[in-house]
Design a protein around this ligand. Structure first.
Ligand SMILES: Cc1cc2nc3c(=O)[nH]c(=O)nc-3n(C[C@H](O)[C@H](O)[C@H](O)COP(=O)(O)OP(=O)(O)OC[C@H]3O[C@@H](n4cnc5c(N)ncnc54)[C@H](O)[C@@H]3O)c2cc1C
Length: 446
């Protein structure tokens, strides 16, 4: 908020003078100070703000829209305990060709970003060569374990327990290539002691009687995972809880971030706010704030489309299912049965394309009775994906007070409270609950 000096005001306390380059007084600007400004009001930013607030910090979240309206709304709502495989490029030749020629229903890419995608894929290959998946699995297993515990505690405090269901979820496999992936799943599940049930057809029919099981050769049931009935609703409930405990959420554009008198400053609708510490939790948009500061991360937007379907009379899906090779998921939600698609690599602001959603809906209708579509418009959300599928949590080297907390990939709805705890511990110089090095910003050569 700017008050013009020509109105005859004197500078009030807590306001700062704005001067033109010739030193002439132009007006006064309200200057507020908090301990930490969190950029982004998705599940990652909101939970980070809650844990920082709980550790006694004065926190303000800057969100351009409403909290929880982007990826934190448009996901499949699984709080997973055992999803231990990173995003990978298919090594099966048929699936690889399908992906290259944009004929796969699991992956699509926008040809306009091909050169960026190839360089990103190169980084992914480097990571896979260095690691057999163990580093990823170790880091994500620890985050997922803590996250489920923290989600439950947070839901209780936020009176949001009604969103949670102890449903577990089912992964369905069709072909030999899918079964190779299943073997990897089982390999890590055994190492990390996660509970699973290898379902035969009759047990699958018992768990999901309305699913046409004949198309699938194997199915795994993960009973310890939870699911939520409205991911956006839960994020909003957490945002209300943040306000209840004294945090603030304001509308503003994070791209206004600047250094001002040795501190960080951001403009919101109610004026400029300053803090010693900034947390970047802008999901797939994080580079829009970091690149102007000279900080480059290989962050890719992996878009997923989602659509709700009315239930068919007498037909019921009891828990989320994932058709692994087709790439889509079906999840029962408050609004209807939600279908979410696999990965579309595209610009974060790119126009919506119908191809992947059409393919996935066609495949899903063959295995489960879906009623009429609820929305006409194309809804989509972007997974913030780094080449090793792990988030970045920690201080940006060489930038005092600039904390990074983004890149939560396809698990961020689950892992957000765990990275929030870690971030608060790092910021408060406390012993971290997990080894922070696999999540360090330094791993991308900053
Ligand atoms: C189809 C799909 C299915 C998924 N399924 C699951 C699942 O089942 N389980 C799971 O754990 N995860 C799942 N995920 C992943 C999960 O949704 C994401 O990892 C998580 O929501 C990321 O949260 P975030 O807060 O980082 O991002 P977002 O929710 O996208 O939040 C970023 C926020 O930053 C704001 N912002 C952007 N630019 C600016 C700006 N300039 N100024 C101010 N604010 C700005 C945005 O408005 C947004 O609110 C899925 C994702 C997709 C797309």
């Amino acid at each position: 908020m700017l008050i013009l000096s020509s109105c005859g005001f004197r500078r009030p306390a807590g306001w700062r003078s704005i001067r033109e380059t010739n030193g002439k007084l132009q007006g006064f600007e309200k200057l507020r100070e908090v301990d930490v400004i969190v950029l982004g009001g998705g599940i990652v930013g909101i939970t980070a703000a809650i844990y920082l607030r709980m550790s006694g910090r004065d926190v303000l979240v800057v969100e351009r829209g409403r909290p929880g309206d982007e990826a934190s709304r448009g996901n499949a709502g699984v709080l997973t305990r055992e999803d231990l495989l990173p995003f990978s490029i298919p090594d099966d030749p048929l699936r690889l060709m399908g992906a290259v020629f944009n004929a796969s229903s699991r992956f699509r890419y926008d040809p306009r970003i091909l050169s960026r995608l190839l360089s990103w894929a190169g980084r992914l290959c480097e990571v896979s060569e260095r690691d057999n998946g163990m580093r990823y699995a170790t880091a994500i297993a620890s985050l997922q374990r803590t996250a489920i515990f923290e989600h439950k505690a947070l839901a209780k405090r936020a009176s949001a327990e009604r969103f949670f269901r102890p449903s577990g979820w089912i992964k369905l496999y069709r072909s030999d290539a899918g079964l190779e992936e299943l073997d990897m799943e089982l390999h890590f599940a055994r190492i990390f002691g996660t509970t699973y049930e290898d379902l035969d057809e009759s047990r699958l029919c018992e768990l999901e009687p309305d699913l046409y099981a004949g198309d699938f050769s194997r199915a795994l049931f993960f009973p310890e995972s939870l699911s939520v009935s409205s991911p956006g609703g839960l994020t909003k409930a957490y945002a209300r809880h943040l306000r209840d405990v004294g945090g603030v959420v304001e509308t503003g554009d994070a791209r206004s971030l600047a250094r001002s008198s040795g501190r960080w400053a951001v403009n919101t609708l109610t004026g400029k706010v300053c803090a010693d510490n900034i947390v970047v939790s802008l999901g797939a948009w994080s580079s829009q704030v970091l690149e102007p500061l000279g900080i480059q991360f290989p962050l890719m937007a992996s878009r997923g489309y989602y659509r709700h379907f009315r239930p068919v009379d007498g037909v019921n899906l009891r828990r989320p299912i994932h058709d692994v090779e087709q790439g889509y998921m079906l999840s029962p939600m408050e609004r209807g049965l939600r279908l979410t698609t696999g990965h579309e690599f595209t610009g974060v602001e790119a126009k919506a394309e119908t191809a992947q959603l059409r393919r996935n809906v066609k495949a899903a209708r063959k295995v489960f009775p879906l009623g009429p579509e609820i929305e006409e418009e194309l809804c989509f959300a972007a997974r913030p994906l780094l080449p090793d599928s792990l988030p970045v949590v920690g201080l940006a080297p060489g930038h005092k007070g600039l904390w990074l907390n983004f890149g939560h990939a396809g698990h961020g709805f689950t892992t957000a409270p765990a990275t929030a705890v870690l971030l608060a511990q790092l910021m408060n110089d406390e012993e971290p609950f997990t080894d922070p090095s696999p999540l360090s910003p330094l791993r991308f050569g900053l």
